[in-house]
Ligand binder design. Structure first.
Ligand SMILES: C[S@@+](CC[C@H](N)C(=O)[O-])C[C@H]1O[C@@H](n2cnc3c(N)ncnc32)[C@H](O)[C@@H]1O
Length: 342
């Protein structure tokens, strides 16, 4: 006798996956239109919201109902309001993911994923296949997209910071370099927590432009130097701790080797290096798909980037003269791999 319940659960699982692109674009449109910002002051009817945003009333009502079915909006007495999840799409939420949604599902990514089969056939970045340049060159050439990328990373970092600060004891370190640290959100949070520590934020020149504001808002600008530059050339020397958050997963083994070798050259014998990326399990687990969603994103979007297993991190670190010390499970989309010079 066929097991109909199991079979229909399997069908539903496949359909949910196949429809995920609709979920993604529905969420993207809501984030891009700034719907949560318009509902921040209180619930509105669909016609009120459509009139405020200049949208088609019936189409907007259908979008709002779908968002309610996803748990982003709540429909009460004919008005749509934000749920606690929906609040995270507000631009002014302290842990806003609005830019993260816009960045992950925006046209640059969407068109790249349309050509995912190119990556699977060739192992090459479908982003580069579609846009003709690498993702990082594209952000540099398109300042408005670069701003969304940087804000997206700040949003992701905001979701990760508390977990990272809880999972790792930063108190032994007095000088900390954040390599490819974006606009400085992680370093600012660590320095705030440790009033005697000093920091150096390093990233590409067009990215660190915004850092002074982030560091000033956190009250740590006097203890943090901003160094524009490329980690393929060199990394500031002599610090106790080097951070690489969501850097190594952007690159293939050869370019990761160069980044890690440059870190090694700048480290002292007692310095520590933290790679903050997801550590994939050797045995993929249906309960933990996030690492694999990020891995497919790296495959499509980056020039050779990937998520790695502990074994792959050990081998990569060893090739650059670094020793894997331990990996700490943080949850979400990151773990911490601690290393030192071998
Ligand atoms: C995925 S983001 C991570 C940013 C930040 N560490 C975080 O977790 O929010 C990758 C970062 O690498 C930076 N990057 C890319 N190429 C670089 C290079 N050659 N030298 C320094 N930074 C670079 C990007 O500008 C970007 O800020």
């Amino acid at each position: 006798m066929p097991n109909h319940d199991a079979a229909s659960e399997d069908s539903a699982a496949i359909l949910r996956m196949a429809f995920a692109f609709v979920t993604s674009q529905t969420l993207y449109v809501a984030a891009d239109l700034g719907i949560a910002d318009y509902l921040a002051a209180g619930p509105l009817t669909a016609p009120e919201l459509a009139a405020t945003l200049g949208l088609h009333p019936d189409a907007l009502a259908r979008l709002a109902q779908a968002l309610a079915a996803f748990g982003i909006l709540r429909l009460e007495a004919g008005r749509f309001g934000l749920t606690a999840t929906g609040q995270l799409l507000r631009s002014d939420s302290p842990r806003s993911l609005r830019a993260t949604v816009r960045f992950l599902a925006g046209p640059w990514a969407w068109r790249a994923f349309e050509q995912l089969s190119h990556s699977v056939r060739s192992g090459e970045s479908s982003f580069e296949h579609v846009w003709g340049v690498s993702n990082f060159d594209y952000w540099r050439q398109n300042p408005e997209v670069s701003a969304i990328h940087d804000e997206a990373m700040t949003g992701l970092t905001a979701t990760e910071i508390a977990r990272v600060l809880e999972a790792y004891d930063f108190t032994p370190f007095h000088s900390i370099v954040d390599v490819g640290g974006g606009n400085g959100a992680l370093l600012a949070a660590i320095l705030r927590r440790q009033p005697t520590a000093r920091g150096i934020l390093m990233d590409l020149p067009h990215v660190v432009e915004l850092a002074p504001t982030v560091l000033r808002d956190a009250g740590v600008e006097a203890r943090c130097e901003v160094v524009p530059g490329s980690f393929f050339e060199s990394v500031p020397s002599g610090a106790d701790l080097y951070l690489l958050k969501h850097i190594i997963h952007d690159w293939d083994d050869d370019r990761s080797f160069t980044i890690l070798t440059n870190c090694n050259r700048s480290m002292g014998n007692d310095s520590r290096l933290l790679i903050i990326d997801r550590v994939l399990s050797d045995q993929p687990n249906v309960a933990e798909p996030m690492g694999y969603l990020v891995d497919m994103t790296m495959l499509a979007m980056t020039p050779g980037g990937r998520e790695r297993t502990e074994g792959q991190f050990r081998a990569l670190l060893a090739s650059a003269g670094l020793r894997f010390e331990r990996s700490i499970n943080v949850g979400g989309i990151c773990d911490i791999v601690e290393a030192r010079r071998s």
